[in-house]
Write a protein that binds this ligand. Structure first.
Ligand SMILES: [Mg+2]
Length: 257
């Protein structure tokens, strides 16, 4: 058998590409508790600002975090953001956040999230090392501190999800997350790629987690470049080892002017 190592992604010029970047574990090192504030490399804000300019505005953050939460982490850097796994859509920094949902559906969804949070916290209280977190538009069951509980946590989360239509279960590192069922990173990327300044460019999507796989598949189908950060099975043909390597790769794209 031929040993296959990581395959380095090609470096293209910023004028040719649409850059789609996951945040946690990709642009910043993965924090074992997603509620901890991630450590942002001092080079990152300047790099993102430069790439935003050099790609003609076609640089977007695609994250499980909410748009407002991410904007808080990014500070003054203004980029398009697809938040909450693509459920929140802010196609340009000036645009309002669009939801993949009507207002009355959104009310039902928030009620559903309240129910899921109540169920999840009650379950978490019975198990050491498990906690439940209510985010703006998702509910997260954390089991980072009790990895041996992963199977049990997923069994609970699958049953809770079955009892609450409209939600999908998103697996992640150390978490099971309930997200709105009508959005994922793949469909949000597809929608964005139809809009200027993204349309006509070659998408490059970089991500590290299971939630990114739907995005990798869409980007592959569009003839783009999908890049997985870290080890593990993936639909992405290219890989980078760490978020430091991601910054170096993005830096080399910005040098191609
Ligand atoms: Mg990530």
């Amino acid at each position: 058998m031929i040993a296959s190592g990581p395959v380095k992604p090609p470096v293209l010029a910023p004028c040719e590409v649409a850059l789609m970047l996951d945040f946690d574990g990709t642009l910043v090192p993965y924090a074992s508790e997603t509620r901890l504030i991630p450590v942002i490399d001092p080079r990152l804000p300047g790099l993102l600002e430069r790439l935003g300019k050099d790609t003609g505005g076609a640089t977007v953050i695609v994250s499980g975090r909410g748009v407002n939460e991410l904007q808080g982490l990014l500070g003054p850097i203004r980029l398009p953001i697809l938040g909450t796994h693509g459920f929140e859509f802010r196609a340009s920094p000036e645009a309002a956040i669009e939801l993949e949902s009507t207002a009355s559906d959104t009310r039902d969804m928030l009620d559903g999230l309240d129910r899921l949070y109540t169920q999840s916290s009650a379950w978490a209280q019975k198990h050491r090392g498990i906690s439940a977190e209510r985010k703006a538009l998702t509910v997260v069951v954390h089991f980072h501190d009790a990895p041996e509980m992963a199977d049990l946590a997923y069994r609970f989360a699958r049953e809770a999800c079955d009892g609450n239509p409209g939600f999908a279960l998103q697996a992640g590192r150390g978490v099971a997350e309930f997200r709105p069922a009508n959005a994922d990173k793949g469909s949000a990327i597809k929608r964005l790629m139809d809009k200027p300044p993204f349309s006509g460019r070659r998408p490059i999507f970089i991500g590290d987690d299971l939630a990114d796989e739907a995005g990798f598949q869409v980007v592959n189908s569009l003839g783009g470049i999908s890049i997985k950060v870290g080890p593990g099975e993936s639909a992405a043909p290219f890989s980078l080892a760490t978020s430091q390597d991601v910054l170096a790769y993005l830096g080399s794209i910005s040098m191609q002017l």
